[in-house]
Design a protein. Structure first.
Ligand SMILES: *[C@@H]1O[C@H](CO)[C@@H](O)[C@H](O)[C@H]1NC(C)=O
Ligand SMILES: *[C@@H]1O[C@H](CO)[C@@H](O)[C@H](O)[C@H]1NC(C)=O
Ligand SMILES: *[C@@H]1O[C@H](CO)[C@@H](O)[C@H](O)[C@H]1NC(C)=O
Ligand SMILES: *[C@@H]1O[C@H](CO)[C@@H](O)[C@H](O)[C@H]1NC(C)=O
Ligand SMILES: *[C@@H]1O[C@H](CO)[C@@H](O)[C@H](O)[C@H]1NC(C)=O
Length: 334
């Protein structure tokens, strides 16, 4: 933006200079005008080319444009005709009672308890794994067109029997806090029937931020607040731990279930765990922490402590607004 203005100034400058010396009154005035225009032209030129890094910093200070730490989308050129991007952030399992899950998930859909017990035989009896995701969507693009990054968070309900086949697991994602003013992302989610809450995030353009001087090194926080104050909020605090109560295969499974909100169409988000943003050593961290959330379909603010999850970045391919029926038996071959 600044550079565009400066370019415009540079372009117009000689014209202005020429026009204003057309009718000089005095020799002396003409000379000082020339000096003035030469000086100002060189000043603008100097500022314009003073170096990109200088202006990057200035932009940030002046306009609070933040720069994400996320690495580039590694699969954009592999799938140029598909929507691709990266999702960096925290995904955690929130055990709630099956009784509560049954109350929250619309009654027409069954819960595939045998599907998650198949993957997690030791999951506590009478409990159901709800999921929290707090993610930064980065370099989302298709056909060479890229949308601005955004952040989103919400609580999701995997292993839902949308088709009534007692086999195929779908993920119900009824509500999302999403970056306010990001019309494309907000509309993209609300077209599924998702309750969307335009929100502000801390940090505003990354997945999480390290807490300075935390008791446990590597502790990070994330918070989201709806612009409509009090409508929805989520905050998380997570620290790395050595134990891994849930295998990676469990996370791969539920993050890849076709996702719906009102059930009219399904979102096929394919998260890849085999690209450079995920596979470098120590890129997937097991974390444990606290989640506080005031979000539909929960009636009041909830707090869950000692919640386990993963902090990671993954590339994704997304196929939107598909008939849910297309996914009958999806993933069964894995
Ligand atoms: C994910 O986000 C965190 C926090 O901004 C950052 O430190 C990390 O480098 C990111 N990971 C990748 C692979 O981009
Ligand atoms: C890419 O998009 C096409 C057309 O929508 C779709 O048929 C294909 O399955 C997508 N590729 C992947 C890997 O999902
Ligand atoms: C669903 O499938 C599971 C596992 O195959 C089986 O134990 C259960 O009885 C089935 N439920 C219904 C309602 O058919
Ligand atoms: C990564 O996994 C996806 C699907 O899980 C597969 O289609 C792709 O070929 C894999 N890529 C590499 C480089 O192994
Ligand atoms: C998840 O695991 C269940 C149970 O093993 C399996 O039937 C299903 O195909 C898996 N889904 C995905 C998306 O991997």
């Amino acid at each position: 933006m600044i550079n565009t203005c400066l370019d415009l100034a540079l372009l117009c400058h000689p014209v202005l200079a020429f026009l204003s010396i057309q009718r000089p009154k005095m020799q002396h005035a003409q000379q000082s005008k020339w000096q003035y225009f030469l000086f100002s032209f060189l000043s603008i030129l100097a500022i314009r080319y003073a170096g990109t890094s200088y202006f990057t910093v200035t932009d940030e200070v002046l306009f609070d444009v933040c720069h994400t730490k996320d690495q580039p989308n590694p699969i954009a050129s592999l799938y140029p005709m598909n929507a691709t991007g990266t999702l960096n952030g925290t995904v955690a399992v929130i055990p709630i009672s099956i009784k509560l899950a049954r109350k929250l998930i619309p009654p027409q859909y069954g819960i595939l308890e045998h599907a998650y017990r198949d993957l997690l035989p030791s999951f506590p009896k009478g409990m159901y794994p709800a999921i929290i995701q707090a993610l930064h969507d980065h370099e989302v693009q298709a056909f060479g067109y890229q949308i601005p990054d955004f952040t989103r968070t919400g609580i999701e309900f995997p292993f839902v029997d949308l088709l009534g086949d007692n086999t195929t697991s779908f993920k119900w994602a009824p509500s999302l806090l999403m970056t306010a003013d990001h019309e494309i992302a907000l509309k993209g989610a609300s077209d599924y029937g998702t309750k969307t809450f335009p929100s502000s995030f801390e940090p505003s353009c990354d997945a999480y931020r390290v807490v300075p001087d935390a008791k446990q090194p590597g502790t990070t926080y994330f918070s989201a607040k709806s612009a409509n104050s009090g409508a929805a909020s989520v905050t998380t605090l997570f620290s790395p731990v050595p134990e891994e109560p849930f295998p990676l295969s469990f996370f791969k499974n539920f993050t890849n279930q076709p996702t719906f909100a009102d059930g009219k169409t399904c979102d096929n988000m394919i998260r890849l765990f085999n690209t450079s943003v995920t596979t470098a050593p120590n890129r997937i961290e097991t974390v444990k922490g606290t989640v506080r959330a005031n979000i539909f379909p929960f009636e009041n603010e909830q707090e869950w402590r000692n919640v386990y999850g993963l902090r990671m970045d993954t590339a994704f391919i997304e196929n939107n607004y598909l008939p849910c029926e297309n996914f009958r038996g999806y993933g069964a071959r894995d």
